[in-house]
Design a binder for this molecule. Sequence first.
Ligand code: HEM
Length: 207
Amino acid sequence: MPFSTAGSLALIWPPEAYLWFKTLHIVGVVVWFAGLFYLVRLFIYHQEAAELEPTLRVAFQSQYALMERRLANIITTPGMVVAVVCALGLLSVNPAWLHQGWMHAKLAFVLALLAYHGFCYKLMGQLQRGQCDWSAKQLRALNELPTLLLLIVVMLVVFKNQFPTGAATWLIVALVLFMAASIQFYARWRRLRAERLAAELPGGAAG
Ligand code: HEM
């Protein structure tokens, strides 16, 4: 690990500071991602509840709205803050990382992730006001984006400047795309089955 302490704050931190920052950085990242994944899943349920009959719809949607606000404000954003603050700690102990290509690439993808985080807040506001025009299907597709960003950022931090571009990388990317497509197909299959069952009920789908 190219540890250059010259001109860094390493001299004022205790020797184990770097490892503490890294521990908390990883914990922050895990919490942040757990929040991001579940938040958009709640958005999907929130949108799907629009198809319920009015009394149920109001009850479900207000419950989802509450869960979304709590998840975003109590888990997702604090996780993001811990990850970013500890990342700054890591850079202050070892600023040499800032001169490396993999770190520039990582920062670009983290910016995309922060934009995604902000966009989730925008969608949440629209959902709470009943003004969101994203369908459940589109939200499901959106929910795949952080998986891809997670994979790329973790690969960058592990492989650093030796980022692999061989068969193994493409196999993993194909696996992620396959999982994303399976989720879409499964949701479609469930929706079609529900429609078929509703049509088979006495009185048909209109009943
Ligand atoms: C705010 C932007 C970020 C900066 C400046 C940053 C910086 C760093 C640095 C300097 C390290 C230590 C590297 C080492 O000691 O080898 C690190 C480790 C790590 N980062 Fe980040 N990071 C950021 C965001 C993220 C995000 C968003 C993720 C996940 C998607 C992430 C995942 C990790 C992981 C898993 C490690 C541990 C890698 C290892 O020990 O091999 N980081 N980060």
